[in-house]
Design a protein around this ligand. Sequence first.
Ligand SMILES: NC(=O)c1ccc[n+]([C@@H]2O[C@H](COP(=O)([O-])OP(=O)(O)OC[C@H]3O[C@@H](n4cnc5c(N)ncnc54)[C@H](O)[C@@H]3O)[C@@H](O)[C@H]2O)c1
Length: 335
Amino acid sequence: MIDVGVIGYGYWGPNLVRNFVSSPSTRVAMVCDRDPARLEKVASLYPAIRLTRSPDELIADPEVAAVVIATPVEGHYPLALAALQAGKHVLVEKPIASTADEAARLIDEADKRGLVLAVDHTFVFTGAVRKMRELVRTDAFGPVRYYDSTRVNLGLFQHDVNVLWDLAVHDLSIMQYVLDRQPVEVSATGHSHIPGQPEYAAFLTLFFGEDLIAHINVNWLSPVKIRRTLVGGDRQMIVYDDLETSEKIKLYDKGITVSETPEQVHKLLISYRTGDLWSPKVADAEALSVEAEHFAACIRGEEQPIVSGVAGLQVLRILEAADQSMTNRGEPVAL
Ligand SMILES: NC(=O)c1ccc[n+]([C@@H]2O[C@H](COP(=O)([O-])OP(=O)(O)OC[C@H]3O[C@@H](n4cnc5c(N)ncnc54)[C@H](O)[C@@H]3O)[C@@H](O)[C@H]2O)c1
């Protein structure tokens, strides 16, 4: 049994505590929140868990072997660094830190001490996203040509981060896992008509070289909720709709064939091919329970983090480049 301490019991922390409590590999030894009302909530649900308002006390506790950090982003770096320096394994919420430099520092610290540093990119542990990764790797799918994701709803306006940092971080982590490729250049535009507030709508284009392009559309001011991703391969295409209760993934056997016309060799003829549509079975285990088991296996040395500190850093680099591009009305920024 691995003893875990969780810092931050606001909106997301309770999901982490519930899953680490129910995991056969872990036990939640202690929960920390600076707000006593949140700790009362923990006490009413889990009377055996020790409570503290001090992150230092949790990090120093000899029983705690791994620290899970679910505070707002500005707390991620100082708390993760302190936990690593105290010799604890760390699972930190997304985004890993506030800057790429901070993320790099955390990676160094974990490497130096031989500790696990993992980032909670939760979607990567869903059955649907795992299935997408599996499908795009088949010969039947063909090389991926485009990735296009929409994540919009009438969302909670954040005051400290723009919509890219809040929502696109999910798409970037999914895309990173599914494509297993890093973009070379990004361009972003965004908008806010409310003075002093961060952009609530943004459009991010990612260039991967000649053969692949990706686009992410995120918005807190949409009248409808859309969570839809298209992945286009040479021979097959995927539609992933996260709002579907069943059939989240649909695989279309559609594509085009490009050939030269016999009369004019310099003119290309595009013909369309339509085949079957099917919806593969997707594992329905809760993502955080899969992730809790995986984190425990990493600590035992049996697995390597699927979302490592490096993966968290790569996402941050894209977000920072996107911010830079957005201030210059979409001017491309090399990565
Ligand atoms: N993986 C996901 O899908 C997902 C979903 C939602 C939020 N999150 C992430 O989870 C993190 C927390 O988000 P949230 O919506 O739960 O925030 P929240 O504000 O609802 O909760 C944060 C809690 O942390 C406590 N806290 C803050 N700083 C602290 C400190 N230094 N010491 C002790 N307690 C402290 C606060 O009192 C609060 O109870 C964020 O990083 C967010 O990006 C991830």
